[in-house]
Design a protein around this ligand. Structure first.
Ligand code: MRU
Length: 346
């Protein structure tokens, strides 16, 4: 298999390495991943996260194991185990389906490697296409707002929503970005802020509950967010807190865009109500954990130790609140979505 490199994933001489996103931005530590159980653990712990990156990482590991001579039957079982690692991001399931097709061919090892390499290259290309379509919407001097992390860390390429924002920045549009910290796991505060610094994007970090005030003051011109799954009617699931941003955006008449590759569309979900929503550990809400500057991993708890917790990792934004769907194939309006454009794409 080729040596491939993305911001959070790489293959080097037959081994998959994952940049541990739980340690960013304090530490940049690449972890070798040699087994399916290990990768499932990394996905569940969010060491590897972001809808497209999870799917690509799973395919790379399957391909490397195929190359190492693991049997077809074992790989098919591995694929099903990986498919179940996280329930909401559909890119994982779509990519696993592609790998299962490859594994069903006579020379399954060669086919699996070719499939994983093609999916990696496709994701890079899809990110560039989304960035081009989305950046064209951005006007000079705009203040943008984003949620969670949708950059290079979350994909094999330049990212989805953050890829759009970065291209607008590179085009010299003099944008400024508000970055939601994104409770409970702080993907905005830890990961998007780090990527913005690497990319030189002018940004300010805000707590999630500050977006309303900024919109009321006219300090947000446009929002770009990612998606973990887009239903056939255009409803979409993304990191919890996205829906409240969409409601705020409509109230304040600020354009609200979702940015995702067509691999995030799931026509088996007629609408957002049937998208499975992952419930995550109560400890994420009772307090916070993360890597501190001294490089040790700490947990701080502020709630009662046994406080009952509701912790959905994602919420669903109805299509009626979306100004436009920025996909790799173009930007679609509510009218386009209602007339069945997603059904033609997938
Ligand atoms: O739980 P996470 O960090 O994997 O959630 C990620 C998101 O919600 C992203 O916005 C989504 O995966 C799109 S990433 C290109």
């Amino acid at each position: 298999m080729q040596n491939l490199t993305a911001l959070s994933l790489k293959t080097t001489d037959g081994t998959l390495y994952v940049l541990d996103q739980t340690l960013l931005p304090q530490q940049q530590q690449w972890r070798a991943c040699r087994s399916v159980a290990q990768l499932v653990g990394m996905i569940k712990q969010l060491q590897l996260r972001g809808a497209p990156a999870i799917g690509i990482g799973a395919c790379l590991l399957l391909a490397l194991r195929a190359e190492q001579g693991v049997s077809r039957q074992q790989l098919q079982q591995d694929a099903e185990i990986l498919r179940a690692a996280r329930p909401t991001a559909v890119n994982l399931m779509n990519n696993i389906d592609s790998m299962l097709h490859a594994l069903a061919t006579p020379d399954y090892a060669t086919a699996a490697v070719a499939c994983a390499e093609a999916l990696f290259a496709e994701d890079v290309a899809l990110c560039q296409q989304m960035a081009a379509h989305g950046a064209a919407l951005v006007q000079p001097d705009e203040q943008l707002l984003t949620h969670c992390n949708t950059g290079g860390l979350a994909t094999a390429g330049v990212g989805t929503a953050l890829g759009v924002i970065n291209l607008a920045h590179q085009q010299g549009k003099n944008i400024r970005l508000w970055v939601d910290e994104t409770r409970p796991l702080l993907q905005g505060g830890r990961l998007t802020a780090w990527e913005c610094q690497q990319l030189g994007i002018p940004y300010q970090l805000i707590c999630d509950n500050m977006a309303a005030m900024l919109m009321a003051r006219g300090q947000v011109d446009r929002l770009f967010v990612g998606a973990d799954r887009i239903a056939a009617n255009g409803d979409f699931a993304n990191k919890v807190g996205t829906y409240s941003l969409a409601v705020l955006a409509q109230y304040h008449q600020v354009p609200f865009y979702v940015v995702a590759p067509h691999t995030t569309v799931d026509l088996n979900c007629p609408d957002g109500s049937v998208i499975p929503i992952e419930q995550r550990d109560a400890s994420e809400v009772r307090g916070v954990c993360g890597a501190f500057v001294q490089t040790t991993f700490h947990q701080i708890i502020w709630a009662p130790q046994d406080a009952p917790v509701f912790n959905p990792a994602f919420d669903v934004t109805p299509a009626s609140l979306v100004t436009g769907w920025v996909l790799d194939t173009g930007v679609y309006s509510q009218q386009d979505i209602a007339s069945g454009v997603l059904q033609q794409l997938v």
